[in-house]
Design a protein around this ligand. Sequence first.
Ligand code: UD1
Length: 429
Amino acid sequence: MDRIRIVGGERLNGTIPISGAKNAALPLMIASLLTRETLTLNNVPRLADVSLLARILGNHGVDVTIAGKKAGQRTSDGQTFRLTAPDIVDTTAPYEMVARMRASFWVLAPLVARCGKAKVSLPGGCAIGTRPVDLHLTTLEALGAEIELEGGYVHARAPRGLTGNRVPLAKVSVGATHNALMAAVLARGETLIENAAREPEVVDVANCLVKMGARIEGIGSSTLWIQGRETLYGAEHTVLPDRIETGTYAMAAAITGGEVFLDGAHGDLLQGALQLLRSTGVEIEEKPTGIRVARNGGGLSAVSVETQPFPGFPTDLQAQLIALMCMAKGTSEVRETIFENRFMHVQELARLGARIDLKGDTALVTGVAGLRGAQVMATDLRASVSLIIAGLAAQGETVIGRVYHLDRGFERIEEKLGQCGAHIERLSS
Ligand code: UD1
């Protein structure tokens, strides 16, 4: 199993290219199930989750090809995927697949919408909590599907197709909003999704569905109106930049006291997080082509924040913020409101010398003068990158185990950080 070794204490200086967003690329790829024609996606990141989803979609009958690099294209430009599903050959998503990547559960809605049936394994729990799928199921039921749970599988049937309806989501959920959208675009009649997630990745998927011929109004708001269509068509779409990768590297630069340019990042995708970083004393300058982040000399101030759906501070940056606050002056309060048990990184950060008290859903982080390198273990995607951030600032050597979590969501992280002066290497075994 690969590990990552960091010798901390170097400032980061240079340019980091920002990849396409994993959380948009995955549902965009899944949208290819909705049409017989080709969906072309540009700027798809090179990630383990993307490759796994390509294999899963292949089992359903999607032909996935990756276009070769064009002249002048850089590796950082992302890949172009062409996904074509002339016929759906299998409407079952087996346990082995869904257990490895939760987002593959999202094939449920497009399969039912297009084929009138699907059998998809329940994803089960994961390191960051129970993560139920009740909203996905009630959404499909509202649109006329019959749902049965049997043997760990969701059996969904709508032999005469789905019918538009009011879909009030009891909780803001990114996945359930994707699910409702993908079901509604092929349903008969009108659907109104209330309390929809407004995350930029939901907007990106909705915009792509419109290019495919869907009629959606209210994109970017919490009420989405959809007029179902009989057929959707091929389209070409470019995946938006990854706001979580952007925020992560901004915090990496901030903790080391360096200066980086996040090439291709869009500030408007993470206003809440940038505002918060500014309040800690980090300099942030938004430019048309990216974001400059610097902390030259000054210390970091503690903050008080809670995670919220977009446009609030994202739960996917909570672990990274806690790592950063380990080096701030004073005590920060970081409350996690989206997922239970999303504090697995806390005990690993403590191994590096961090002072963090957990009180229910709140982490109280008291800054220390310095962190010291140690052996630590990645527990989930965002937790593992928080250990990298802390390792970059820690004196001496930090070795992070179980980095396969990292490879699911961060493209070429050691190369991107190494180019900015970090001493970081992958130890393969
Ligand atoms: C997506 C993101 C993940 C991010 C999360 C919240 C992808 C691939 N993943 O996950 O990185 O951390 O949004 O921004 O895009 N819930 C229910 N019932 C449901 C579904 C969700 O109660 O049927 C709850 C969840 O337990 C959680 C909250 O709703 O408390 C939000 O979760 P949700 O937005 O659905 O997360 P995901 O879509 O799984």
